[in-house]
Design a protein around this ligand. Structure first.
Ligand code: HEM
Length: 154
């Protein structure tokens, strides 16, 4: 497998694994298991961070892949990609705030924002899998080129 396909395959898997940890972490705090919640959420955050590091290094060293599907799907693909990136970025920022509230024991605030973080991350994962599927599975991946070109469809 080429590096330009292998790295996104690994990073997309990490988003999915992270979301699974977050889903179980949420389940456990609802059940009142605070220690399990903490452990699962920290694993979820770890996999999210690993995803981000792989994604960022790939963007820098390899580049991003442009959409290789039919012309008439291009606009819809880019709108969807924007939605996914916006969601992932917001979830990342919210995730940091959620963790800071937890470590500083501001649990009322943590709980409030944590719900948004979890929902956003649980939506980031399936939309990420959809982008991956459109980019590498349904259609042959297009050219791999610098981030800005690939994102804006240039
Ligand atoms: C990014 C990681 C995390 C996320 C997304 C997250 C998410 C959540 C959510 C959604 C709730 C509310 C559950 C509900 O009632 O529906 C919650 C509650 C809670 N979380 Fe987290 N959490 C994270 C990390 C942590 C960590 C690291 C700790 C421990 C240091 C922690 C401790 C707690 C506690 C004690 C509550 C209960 C708060 C209360 O009921 O007043 N969480 N979290």
């Amino acid at each position: 497998m080429k590096l330009s396909v292998l790295l996104p395959t690994i990073s997309t898997s990490f988003i999915v694994i992270s979301a699974i940890f977050v889903a179980f972490g949420w389940y456990h705090i609802v059940k009142g298991n605070r220690d399990t919640h903490k452990k699962l959420m920290l694993w979820g955050a770890g996999f999210a961070l690993a995803f981000f590091l792989i994604y960022a290094s790939r963007t820098i060293f390899v580049g991003n892949t442009s959409f290789g599907g039919p012309e008439e799907l291009k606009l819809a693909y880019h709108l969807f990609l924007f939605f996914h990136i916006a969601l992932a970025t917001a979830a990342g920022v919210f995730g940091i705030v959620t963790l800071l509230h937890a470590f500083n024991e501001r649990f009322a605030k943590h709980k409030k924002i944590g719900r948004w973080t979890a929902v956003m991350w649980l939506l980031t994962a399936p939309t990420g899998v959809a982008v991956y599927t459109l980019l590498y599975v349904l259609y042959p991946g297009g050219e791999t080129k610098p981030m800005i070109d690939a994102i804006f469809g240039l």
